[in-house]
Design a protein around this ligand. Structure first.
Ligand SMILES: C[S@@+](CC[C@H](N)C(=O)[O-])C[C@H]1O[C@@H](n2cnc3c(N)ncnc32)[C@H](O)[C@@H]1O
Length: 424
């Protein structure tokens, strides 16, 4: 057993030698002292400076703090002397397993190192595109962070959502054209948290030359977004008032984004994207009501006779249909989880990247069989009839029959909507 001073010395040495890989502190000394239950520490580089990221694990969230080496030594010392009774320090030299008794006697078990050092910049990027502790002007303006870069507790979900979205954007960068400015449109941009995030990430962080246009029906929201873009000096981010279906100001667009655009507004956006031949589409649909009033299938009555199941099935079927239609029109489409179900049930992201159309005849057959089985007449198929194997309206069914299609491309909410959307 050692006195607690020996532990202080060990921590000091580890930080002075820059040998820490990870540290984990657990087993609270007193439960009423703090409300987190575990702290993990690891080195990160921020603006080319070594820092230490402290991850405080609470019951349902993790908060991060980035500290300079001097601050980190101080914080680690407090954690081991006042807060926790157990620690594991993994360094490049050795692993130290630490137990601190109630009477502050310390046992340190030294073992050969179990981890190897990691590339800090890579490590950091993988974790978060936007770091807590690093102030970002648009997040400060939107009230998500304070001026020191601390994320406000009630905005933490939004912060995670923005980071998740940017991770998705990071993944599609290889599919965007290089060597020329990009044009990106965000349809149904609303308050535009994610539009600002997209601009910050691509233009400010990645230094890509680009313009982004956000479009929405709401004039007051658009006015507010334009004023914010001006304050932030985001010169190539513009917001316009308009209806997606009527938007015809551009001939070429590289990426189309729609996030929770209501009902068939998503389809109107997908149609635009396909006609522009956009390289990338990222679309999180919302309140998919259209099929709710169309779906019919005696075989599926046990499911469709329950409103809540019918509503959920209609939403899933809508997105399955969208994905298959995009595939048929030359995209490689994936459906991904956007953010955890606990934050919003509208959490499917359609990610489509332009590629070669696959087995078109088989795909079309598969598509029409599904469509006809559930008796659907989807907006996107009607709108893109000239781009699909079935040709212009009326389209052929799998059996070769001719189906009369509704030509209404209204993108308002269905008057018999099964629920009201918590996003709209
Ligand atoms: C739920 S909000 C989502 C806002 C934002 N994209 C986000 O994720 O926070 C949906 C937005 O889509 C807009 N919208 C719905 N239908 C539209 C249409 N046909 N044309 C343009 N905007 C539309 C609404 O005005 C609303 O601001």
């Amino acid at each position: 057993m050692y006195p607690v001073d020996s532990l202080r010395k060990l921590i000091q040495d580890i930080f002075e030698q820059n040998s820490l890989i990870t540290a984990t502190w657990s087993q609270l000394r007193r439960r009423d002292n703090v409300s987190y239950t575990k702290v993990q520490v690891k080195p990160v580089t921020l603006k080319n400076q070594l820092h230490y990221q402290f991850a405080f694990h609470y019951n349902n969230k993790v908060l991060h703090e980035n500290l300079t080496p001097a601050e980190a030594i101080e914080r680690m010392t407090v954690l081991c002397e006042e807060t926790f009774r157990q620690g594991l320090l993994c360094t490049t030299e050795a692993d130290y397993q630490i137990l601190i008794s109630k009477k502050y006697k310390v046992s340190i078990l030294t073992k050969s190192p179990s981890k190897t050092s990691v590339d800090l910049s890579h490590n950091r990027k993988k974790q978060y595109v936007l770091e807590e502790g690093v102030p970002v002007s648009f997040l400060v303006e939107l009230g998500i962070m304070n001026e020191e870069g601390r994320v406000l507790a009630r905005k933490y979900d939004k912060f995670r959502q923005i980071n998740r979205f940017l991770e998705m954007v990071q993944d599609v960068i290889p599919y965007l054209p290089e060597g020329r400015p990009l044009t990106i449109v965000d349809f149904g941009c609303g308050k535009s948290y994610l539009t600002f995030a997209l601009y910050h990430y691509l233009s400010v962080q990645q230094r890509r030359s680009l313009k982004i246009i956000g479009l929405d029906l709401k004039a007051d929201v658009i006015e507010h977004c334009n004023a914010l873009a001006q304050r932030l000096h985001y010169g190539d981010l513009k917001f316009l008032v308009g209806d997606i279906a009527d938007y015809d100001e551009l001939n070429e667009v590289d990426m189309v984004v729609t996030l929770h655009a209501c009902d068939t507004a998503t389809d109107a956006a997908l149609e635009k994207a396909v006609r522009w031949g956009a390289s990338v589409i990222l679309s999180v649909p919302c309140c998919q009501h259209e099929l709710f009033d169309q779906i019919e299938s005696p075989v599926m009555n046990p499911l469709l006779s329950h409103g809540i199941l019918k509503e959920r099935f209609s939403a899933l079927a809508t997105d399955a249909i969208r994905a298959k239609l995009l595939d048929l029109m030359g995209y490689k489409t994936q459906l991904l989880e956007f953010i955890d179900m606990e934050h919003t049930p509208k959490n499917i992201l359609i990610r489509a990247v332009r590629g070669q159309a696959g087995q078109t005849a088989d795909m079309w057959k598969e598509y029409t069989e599904f469509r006809d089985f559930i008796h659907a007449d989807p907006y996107l198929e009607r709108a893109c009839a000239d781009l699909l194997p079935g040709g212009a309206n009326p389209t052929e069914t799998a059996e070769g029959d001719v189906t009369e299609h509704n030509t209404d491309r209204s993108n308002g909410k269905s008057t018999t909507s099964p629920d009201s959307c918590d996003h709209c």
